[in-house]
Design a protein around this ligand. Structure first.
Ligand SMILES: Nc1ncnc2c1ncn2[C@@H]1O[C@H](COP(=O)(O)OP(=O)(O)OP(=O)(O)O)[C@@H](O)[C@H]1O
Ligand SMILES: [Mg+2]
Length: 383
């Protein structure tokens, strides 16, 4: 008997039966792109941007498109961007038949040296390395030309797009924008988790990308949809779980996709077939998560200036906090002054470590919140 599939996928591609909802979001992406627009997709980390993009690419409406996906989080220069982008475009187009192969070989003049032939199969190969990119400008130009000449419309999704603001080269935004503006055959999805940087890039009048794309924010999957989905997945695999327990986990993490998925992935593992997933199992699973992420939280805290850390702890211990510059809040948490709280809050917001929704401040990372409560010996886990 084969190993049972865990229905709560936490990495890699998600099969459609395990993919929850995102129906309206998918429709919106399909509509924007088929109407010839570009799209900005913003959400906190691990809410499901990447999953949503891949899911959208699977839609029937995109059957006749070539889709490309690059994650640029690890890139640190425009040259590296060009490398990652180029590699994705060539690898994909090279497999799309003779016509595309011929077009690529002709258009990519600056990278001729990277083309070869597989001696076993006789198929062309493309062995691009970062060092092969001598002129970023030429190569970028050629990549865009390839996409323009492709025999189908193209969609290019660039994940963690805010990373381009860290590149050392001058005028990166203006340069990319000028290419993107000129294209007719390509639509773009710019995804990013650093809301501030993304919003500034696309909503500041003086910035090159101003108004170049529709904005879309990805929020948590709705409770009425996510909770029954989870119960159903347990049942499909011959296990039981109390719907109230699932609701409590959803609330604990405010529906944050990654932690909900992680909790039930772990809980499922610990529930035997034809058995019930109990509160005890779920609590133990969350404890496991706290242990797993402990080193990451410690690193973040070790790098955080003290004033910011004091405020960070105060908000975490309160769960959510409104009047953070009030005398009451400052006294109760022994903070130094309203002005220092203000500047600490500004930095924490910029780094997306805290989020402001309406008037309320919270830690962006809900598990981090629990972990800090635990660190301070507070009650941190009630379901
Ligand atoms: N609709 C969904 N149904 C079930 N699981 C999902 C769904 N969307 C995302 N996930 C899961 O949630 C987690 C986070 O999703 P994803 O990686 O897509 O988020 P992200 O916003 O791209 O994160 P990052 O900020 O790290 O790039 C993953 O483990 C993924 O498997
Ligand atoms: Mg992602």
């Amino acid at each position: 008997m084969g190993k049972e599939t865990n229905p709560f996928v936490v990495k890699g591609a998600i099969e459609s039966q395990y993919f929850c909802d995102r129906v309206t979001e998918t429709e919106r992406i399909v509509k924007s792109i088929t109407n010839g627009n570009n799209l900005v997709l913003i959400s906190p980390r691990r809410m499901g941007k990447t999953g949503l993009i891949h899911h959208s690419f699977e839609q029937a409406e995109f059957k006749d498109y070539y889709t490309f996906f690059i994650d640029i989080l690890h890139t640190s220069s425009l040259r590296e961007f060009t490398f990652v982008f180029g590699k994705e475009v060539f690898d994909k187009l090279l497999s799309k038949g003779k016509k595309m192969k011929k077009m690529l070989l002709k258009t990519m003049a600056s990278l001729q040296g990277s083309f070869g032939v597989d001696p076993m199969t006789g198929n062309p190969t493309f062995g691009l390395q970062l060092g092969d990119i001598v002129s970023v400008d030429y190569t970028l130009e050629e990549i865009f030309q390839c996409l323009e000449q492709a025999d189908r419309p193209c969609i290019v999704a660039i994940d963690e797009f805010q990373q381009i603001t860290n590149y050392p080269e001058k005028n990166v935004e203006a340069l990319l924008r000028s290419y993107i503006q000129r294209t007719k055959n390509i639509s773009f999805i710019f995804a990013g988790s650093e809301r501030h940087i993304m919003q500034e890039m696309f909503q500041t009048a003086s910035r090159p990308f101003y108004y170049s794309a529709e904005m879309m924010e990805l929020n948590a999957i709705k409770k009425e949809i996510y909770v029954p989905f989870i119960v159903q997945k347990f049942e499909e695999k011959h296990r039981k779980i109390d719907i109230n327990l699932v609701e409590n986990v959803y609330d604990l993490f405010d529906g944050h996709t990654f932690y909900v998925q992680k909790t039930f992935n772990e809980s499922f593992l610990n529930t035997s077939k034809r058995g019930a997933c109990t509160k005890k199992i779920v609590l133990e699973s969350i404890e496991t998560l706290l242990e797993i992420y402990s080193p990451f939280f410690k690193v973040t805290l070790s790098e955080m200036p003290e004033k910011q850390k004091e405020l960070f702890y105060s908000i975490a211990l309160d769960g959510s906090a409104e009047a953070i510059t009030s005398a009451e809040f400052i006294d109760r948490h022994s903070l130094s002054s309203a002005s220092s709280v203000q500047s600490a809050a500004k930095r924490l917001l910029e780094r997306d470590l805290i989020t402001k929704e309406g008037k309320e401040y919270r830690l962006t990372d809900r598990l981090f919140s629990l972990w800090i409560k635990r660190l301070h010996g507070r009650a941190y886990l009630r379901l």
